[in-house]
Design a protein around this ligand. Structure first.
Ligand SMILES: C[S@@+](CC[C@H](N)C(=O)[O-])C[C@H]1O[C@@H](n2cnc3c(N)ncnc32)[C@H](O)[C@@H]1O
Length: 207
């Protein structure tokens, strides 16, 4: 299992957002499988999931998309924190909506979908991305099997195309590592705060 150093965890935990340490670790394992190329995250907020992916993505361009980047101060602070993680990744940040942006820079090697409230946007994004991934490309989806039922529908739809296979998380190994190292202490997150280790990230890989 790939894990980052304490310096990364300090930055991650101090960054506001909606992601657990366990979910961050699974994103690292999934992103490590993506070939070098063009990467995209839709629904970045303040950068927790994007910085997690940066720890293991190879050389490439990483587009970060979220309408909250209309606020220049937010845009600059997220760029600052994410672009420092991996010097081999060129970060491009934009205040756009995913559905407007997605067709622009395809095909992608890595896409993370975490836009808004995961309602009809999920299938809109999946329809735009499903034929626009390179072979071996990785799609990560947040809030799988949480209260947002559309994410599971979208995930199963991708598998049903026959073009994608699951990247199965080893949550036991990840959660044990988090607990043994007390990594959850001090993590700022508004995501399922009632749970010790929210485990709501899934990933698939294009065959
Ligand atoms: C749950 S937060 C993302 C959390 C983030 N991934 C993290 O690691 O903390 C969802 C984000 O999706 C953004 N969003 C909503 N609709 C969107 C869309 N159509 N395209 C891109 N981002 C969108 C919201 O502004 C919000 O910042």
């Amino acid at each position: 299992m790939i894990t980052p150093d304490q310096k990364f965890w300090k930055t991650f935990k101090e960054t506001n957002g909606a992601l657990s340490v366990a979910e961050s670790i699974f994103i690292m394992q999934a992103a490590a499988l993506a070939p070098s190329g063009t990467y995209l995250e839709c629904g970045v907020a303040y950068g927790k999931s994007a910085m997690s992916a940066c720890t293991t993505l190879k050389d490439g361009f990483f587009y970060l998309i979220d309408p909250i980047f209309d606020d220049k101060r937010v845009l600059e602070s997220v760029y600052d924190v994410v672009s420092k993680i991996n010097p081999n990744i060129k970060v491009k940040i934009s205040p756009l909506y995913s559905t407007d942006f997605l067709p622009k820079f395809a095909p992608y090697s890595y896409v993370m979908l975490d836009s808004g409230d995961h309602d009809e946007i999920v299938m809109q994004e999946i329809n735009l991305v499903k034929d626009n991934m390179v072979s071996g490309g990785v799609i990560v989806m947040h809030d799988l099997d949480s209260q947002f039922l559309a994410v599971r529908e979208g995930y199963d739809y991708l598998l049903g195309t026959g073009n994608y296979e699951e990247i199965k998380p080893n949550w036991d190994e990840i959660n044990n590592y988090v607990n043994e190292n007390n990594l959850n202490v001090g993590n700022i997150s508004w995501h399922h705060t009632e749970l010790d280790n929210p485990n709501f990230v899934g990933a698939v890989r294009r065959k």
